[in-house]
Design a protein around this ligand. Structure first.
Ligand SMILES: NC(=O)c1ccc[n+]([C@@H]2O[C@H](COP(=O)([O-])OP(=O)(O)OC[C@H]3O[C@@H](n4cnc5c(N)ncnc54)[C@H](OP(=O)(O)O)[C@@H]3O)[C@@H](O)[C@H]2O)c1
Length: 258
């Protein structure tokens, strides 16, 4: 299937490792020019080298999505080096604690929103004017199954639910402008150096087996390639009728039927 996005410009936050890296590789394999950001030079550099193998223009930019100044300079740096952003993947995010309401300070709650929601919100606002002018744009926000149904800690679940809601609202506002806005809700996907790899290293085989048998119908953790392919499809010209959706990719892990 020709996805029809060769030469487009994509920005993937947190594209140096994990699901962001996989999304960047999938887009590069379609001939998309790719910008990735992260807070660590070494992983940015190694992923930039991998992306170069696809023969596309690529740039790795040091930026922390919780810093609004970084967000603004990240956006201008991408525009200056590759061109205006056609495809935005708000992927940087994660969980900062394991607590319920009684163990969570307001400050920790806000910090989780800084990481998972506010930076992505600001990047959407920066990217939308060009997309509107061009009558073409794709925004993909990486949420979680725990933004759709109960799970994880209170801050993460609330932040991912807010991201899904902001996605839906933006999609409706922009539906007549050729801009498709969707979120993806991954289940437990193992990536090198990621939280599920740490979980397996930090716990006994019994604990890991119990988690898998209680939560993962496929009997194994998820793997990142299908998510990269989903990002590429949602970024493409073939996904024209999909907007405002939250697409689950979890090997059957969610309890919810919808
Ligand atoms: N993997 C899963 O099972 C799973 C499940 C549901 C949802 N998700 C969501 O999917 C997204 C990616 O998860 P992942 O598992 O791939 O995570 P990961 O392996 O920890 O990778 C996170 C990426 O984001 C970057 N990053 C982290 N904090 C950042 C910040 N403040 N500013 C800029 N970049 C930052 C990291 O680079 P630096 O550390 O160098 O900054 C890295 O490139 C997250 O939004 C996560 O909530 C993942």
């Amino acid at each position: 299937m020709d996805l029809g996005i060769t030469g487009k410009v994509a920005l993937i936050t947190g594209g140096s490792r994990g699901l962001g890296r996989q999304s960047a590789l999938a887009l590069a394999s379609e001939g998309v020019k790719v910008a990735i950001c992260g807070r660590t030079n070494s992983s940015l550099d190694s992923t930039v080298k991998e992306i170069e193998e696809f023969g596309v223009d690529v740039v790795g930019i040091l930026a922390d999505v919780t810093e609004l100044d970084d967000i603004r300079s990240l956006h201008s740096e991408v525009c200056n080096s590759l061109g205006a952003v056609d495809i935005l993947v708000n992927n940087a995010g994660g969980s900062l604690s394991r607590e319920d309401i009684q163990g969570t300070s307001l400050d920790d709650f806000k910090k989780t929103f800084d990481l998972n929601v506010f930076g992505g919100f600001e990047l959407m606002k920066l990217a939308i004017p060009h997309m509107k002018e061009n009558k073409w744009g794709r925004i993909i926000n990486i949420a979680s199954i725990y933004g759709r149904e109960y799970g994880g800690n209170i801050s993460y679940m609330s932040a991912k639910a807010a991201l899904i809601a902001a996605t839906k609202h933006s999609a409706i506002s922009l539906a007549k402008d050729g801009i498709l806005v969707n979120s993806i809700a991954p289940g437990s996907i193992e990536v090198p150096g990621g939280s599920w790899e740490r979980f397996q290293n930090d716990n006994t085989p019994d604990v890991v087996e119990t988690f898998i048998s209680n939560n993962l119908p496929m009997g194994r953790f998820g793997w990142p390639e299908p998510l990269g392919d989903l990002v590429a499809f949602l970024s493409s010209n073939r996904s024209g009728l999909i907007t405002g959706s939250c697409i689950v990719i979890d090997g059957g892990q969610s309890i919810s039927m919808i």
